[in-house]
Design a protein around this ligand. Sequence first.
Ligand code: NAD
Ligand code: UDP
Ligand code: UDP
Length: 321
Amino acid sequence: MRVANRKRVLVTGGAGFLGSHLCERLLNENCDVLCLDNFYSGTKDNVAHLLNNPFFELIRHDVTFPLYVEVDEIFNLACPASPIHYQWDPVQTTKTSVHGAINMLGLAKRTKAKIFQASTSEVYGDPEVHPQPESYWGRVNPIGIRSCYDEGKRCAETLFFDYRRQHGLEIKVVRIFNTYGPRMHPNDGRVVSNFIVQALRGEDITIYGDGLQSRSFCYVDDLIEGFMRMMASPQEVTGPINMGNPDEFTIRQLAETILAMVGGTSKLVFKPLPQDDPRQRQPDITVARTVLGWQPQVRLAAGLEPTIAYFREVLDLGGKG
Ligand code: NAD
Ligand code: UDP
Ligand code: UDP
């Protein structure tokens, strides 16, 4: 039976990095949370601390199969996010984005739930426009090794907008840019996790190329605040809306900052730059600022602190660094 005033919220991919933070936030806001995950790239560890909460329910399920539950809101986050994870089983990656979107949209249609899609800056592909506004259509290779992710997410966006036009669904689409924080995967090959793990282990810090390429990193708490504002926005706000932190750093600056914070003896070493590595990526968040009054609050050093503490704990290095 439904408890009065407690919103029933489904989070797909809820045992992942972003999903676990979102579940926590929703519980803090007195929601009844249904966390769905097939543990492809997420783990029970990420939500173990929530299992005793009577308003938290964890179900093992693959979004590519239908799901019949009664909910008021759906956050659709299920999808591996780092190249190492999504390229491991590319067909399953496309299925997760496309069949997953169809099932969750079908569920939203039947239950009249509001539905949120975690899209990505990767829909812009290798862009000719910097920074990328939402109106930019992108430059994506349809047959390359990243296509399972990029095109899967693009097709999911198409489905969201067609379900809105055809069936009147209330949709919320957010394009997420590089985000970091506790519960990132230590082995996902991303620059923030790589550098922190290398620094903590006293290994060389691997800079690809000259390290002068730049990225913008958003702390997870800022992003989740953006998700909450988006879900609570008026019906006509559908997105897509970019979310990320526009503060730009070179990869070398990131390495030096992490090294200074961790201490230790790691040296910077230079490795070949991967193919198609973008020189620069920065979100244009004018729309999120104007429409949602949202912008990131956490500076890089402030966000790196809890992230480093998290990795110290999971790598079991105690206080040794
Ligand atoms: P993550 O890998 O930690 O989380 C994804 C979760 O989805 C995992 O728990 C995984 O087990 C689950 N999952 C995968 N396939 C599934 C399936 N078929 N059925 C059910 N569950 C499934 O990654 P994340 O960083 O938390 O990303 C969450 C969402 O945000 C993803 O959709 C991702 O594309 C998007 N995103 C993340 C970032 C970022 O910087 N972290 C950037 C852009 C977009
Ligand atoms: N679906 C689901 N849960 C529901 C309703 C639908 O998983 O509560 C799935 C269903 O399996 C279907 C998909 O969502 O394949 C799309 O549903 P829709 O109603 O749009 O299409 P149809 O059922 O007409 O194919
Ligand atoms: N990078 C690096 N060393 C690493 C991992 C990544 O120099 O150990 C670089 C990578 O070449 C890219 C940037 O850091 O220029 C960001 O890489 P990531 O995979 O985190 O994100 P994306 O390229 O998708 O923005």
